[in-house]
Design a protein around this ligand. Structure first.
Ligand code: FPP
Length: 239
């Protein structure tokens, strides 16, 4: 029987920029620069397909361990990416959002990001969520701290803790869990991405390096996803 799963939230681990650069005889930072075209394609195609949320893993809590110059480059790129694209994104009704420990970001990029979030806050098209200084374990840790504080202040009892209360303490409780998590570059792991939210996400891995990832690759991922049987631990409905 043909399956046609709905596709509300797409999350992508944009991996392989460094290897792409090396294979072209370029520096790692050139790989990050080349990532922009793939981001454009993903935003455009997801918008056209009626996807409501696109989360892009742009910088993890672990990425701060990279050489200072590379970190600085990515942060500068974040700021210039927003500056270059804000008019187009806003014109296309894209709502820019971010997830992660945003206060870790340098002042300049953070200001640009916050302004973009304010400017596009009432847009009703695609929610483009940039995961920045994001870690799944950090998010769960921050949720546990919130719950502990609520219990300490008497606002909550230990017996009130349920999966729903934990979900409500995540960074964006209004965002549905990702239907599909795509990782490029042939690596097959989650690398601390959306650990709580990915419980029943479909995982899709491709060898394509992120700077080479185009709408045809996304089309293929969506086609594969639509053919899968999602059971969420239940039995097939036609069994
Ligand atoms: C993974 O490739 C990529 C990153 C850790 C950084 C992602 C950054 C971008 C896509 C550009 C920034 C865009 C915005 C909007 C801020 P890698 O460097 O780990 O590649 P490798 O595994 O081949 O070394």
């Amino acid at each position: 029987m043909a399956v046609d799963n709905c596709l509300t939230h797409v999350a992508i681990i944009m991996d392989g920029n460094g290897r792409w650069a090396r294979s072209h005889g370029l520096k790692r930072i050139d790989g990050h620069k080349a990532a922009e075209k793939a981001i454009h394609d993903a935003v455009q195609y997801c918008g056209e397909m009626g996807v409501e949320y696109l989360t892009l893993y742009a910088f993890s809590t672990e990425n701060w361990k990279r050489p200072k110059a590379e970190v600085l480059f990515i942060m500068t790129l974040l700021k210039s990416f927003i500056k270059r694209n804000i008019d187009d994104l806003d014109g296309n009704r894209v709502r820019i959002r971010a997830t992660g420990r945003l206060d870790d970001l340098p002042r300049g990029p953070l200001k640009e990001l916050r302004n973009a979030m304010i400017r596009t806050g009432s847009n009703e098209g695609l929610n483009l969520i940039l995961a920045l200084s994001y870690g799944g374990r950090a998010e769960i840790t921050d949720a546990m701290r919130k719950i502990a504080l609520d219990i300490k202040a008497g606002r909550m009892q230990t017996s009130d803790i349920t999966e729903d209360t934990i979900t409500s303490c995540m960074y964006h409780p209004d965002v549905p869990d990702p239907d599909i998590i795509i990782r490029t570059s042939g690596e097959q792991r989650l690398s601390n991405f959306l650990l709580w939210e990915s419980a029943y996400s479909e995982l899709y891995f491709t060898d394509v390096l992120w700077p080479d990832f185009r709408r045809v690759d996304l089309e293929e991922a969506f086609k594969d996803y639509r053919s899968r049987r999602r059971r969420f631990g239940d039995l097939d409905s036609d069994r």
